[in-house]
Design a binder for this molecule. Structure first.
Ligand SMILES: Cc1cc2nc3c(=O)[nH]c(=O)nc-3n(C[C@H](O)[C@H](O)[C@H](O)COP(=O)(O)O)c2cc1C
Length: 271
């Protein structure tokens, strides 16, 4: 056996290779962190536009976002926008200056900026929520607001699903729904991403005649014989638990502990 084949040398080469590889991998992870954050934000913005059916070929997401969306923060208790008059705390003033940078997910975990939800009202199983939520007001080409896009999230079977629900300015008619992050099983709960299923949402209505949130997924398909079909969407086949999660999260966020007070105001006063 030549000296290069000795156990000591083999272990030395293997160890050096491991060290070099780990340096390469960790350097790449650190160097690409900024790019990853940027791409995640881009994907989120793309989903905001997709929910409202605003993606346009040949136009970048950021361009459409900048031209057509106004970002505002809403006090979920009162349904009022955060304004210069009612922003009292430093974090509120900072959020008002740059609402795009307001991180609702971080706020939900920050004492003073969040509410801990009692189990009885926490139908979306989120445990805590931010006091202020971001809303995106989408303008048409003449500059009039025509769609309100609301961030929604809640627990499915395996994961919390994060998405956007777009409503017309009647605060009732759905324009679209899409999730940009979840860990449900591909082919089962993961079918929330299926364009065919997403195409079932436009035109559905959130509230019944008494003003109660009635939008829901049903087991099976909605057809001409389904009563109150305007409030119902096909459940995901073989994924009743994810489907129930989607119903629960929508009912939570559209109800009185979510955007309910805000939607009331929109119905009364407009956006
Ligand atoms: C590996 C595996 C992954 C599953 N993933 C999901 C899922 O993502 N969402 C879901 O609702 N059900 C999922 N299920 C099925 C549930 O356990 C349950 O059977 C199903 O939700 C019942 O829906 P159904 O009444 O429409 O069949 C999964 C089951 C298995 C074995």
């Amino acid at each position: 056996m030549s000296s290069n084949d000795s156990t000591g040398k083999t272990l030395l080469v293997a160890s050096l290779l491991c060290i070099v590889c780990s340096i390469v991998v960790s350097t790449a992870a650190v160097a690409l962190k900024g790019e990853q954050v940027k791409n995640k934000l881009l994907d989120k913005n793309k989903n905001i536009l997709a929910a409202a059916g605003m993606l346009e070929e040949g136009k970048s997401v950021q361009e459409i976002f900048k031209q057509r969306l106004e970002v505002k923060l809403v006090n979920l208790d009162t349904g009022e926008y955060l304004t210069e008059e009612n922003a009292t705390e430093d974090w509120q003033k900072a959020a008002l200056k740059n609402p795009v940078a307001y991180d609702q997910r971080k706020a939900a975990k920050t004492s003073g900026q969040n509410e801990i939800l009692d189990g009885a009202i926490d139908t979306a199983s989120i445990k805590r929520q931010a006091k202020y939520a971001t809303v995106y007001l989408a303008k048409n080409k003449s500059g009039e607001v025509e769609t309100i896009i609301l961030p929604v999230h809640g627990y499915g079977l395996w994961s919390t699903l994060y998405g956007f629900l777009a409503l017309k300015t009647d605060a009732n008619t759905i324009v679209g729904l899409g999730f940009y992050e979840h860990g449900e099983t591909p082919g089962l709960g993961g079918e929330v991403d299926n364009p065919k299923w997403k195409s079932l949402w436009p035109g559905k209505e959130v509230f019944d005649d008494e003003g109660n949130v009635d939008i829901r997924l049903i087991k099976g398909s909605v057809d001409s014989s389904t009563a109150n079909a305007e409030h119902k969407v096909d459940g995901l086949a073989g994924a009743t638990l994810t489907s129930n999660g989607v119903t629960n999260l929508l009912q939570f966020w559209l109800g009185k502990n979510g955007f309910g007070p805000y939607l009331e105001k929109v119905k009364e006063q407009g956006v």
